[in-house]
Design a binder for this molecule. Sequence first.
Ligand SMILES: [Zn+2]
Length: 198
Amino acid sequence: MTKVELGPDGKPVVPAHVLDAVRTLIEWTGEDPAREGLLDTPKRVARAWKEYCSGYADDPSLHLSRTFEEVGGYDEIVLLRDIPFQSHCEHHMAPITGKASIAYLPKDRVVGISKLARVLNGYARRLQVQERLTAEVAKCIWDNLQPHGVAVVIDAQHGCMTGRGVRTPGVGMVTSRLLGSFLEDQSSRKEVLSLMGY
Ligand SMILES: [Zn+2]
């Protein structure tokens, strides 16, 4: 985990070599980093990237440390559907925008539902590939809640595909990771995927 030094304005201090790196990149695009409109851009870009990648300063498992055991005998699926998120691909640092559905079948304990979204963001706000993001979210819930089953399905668009390369806007990539009963039991799997809308 990395700690960010904050300046008097409460925003991250950007070291000179980071500002230089952004200026170099601007120059590489064909622009003039000394142009008036671009003077403060290196600082803004650097701070924006600290925010896009704030997951490195987050330990997502901590969001699952507070659980509730009083669930009134509830032993059915808990699902948070279509959680919007943004990440960045580790190959191009281009945006990945999409939605995730996260479900688990509790064994004795549950977490506050917003915590599942926090776990997602803890991993999404890093440089990622969608397959690993899907697997990391599932594993974190599996390891920390020790439920009967976990299902994570992510549907996302990749800026590196829509804005460059083959330029195919509107194409979504779907990845899933099923663990425990959702993996082993055909009817549980069908039930969770249909609740998710798949
Ligand atoms: Zn990419």
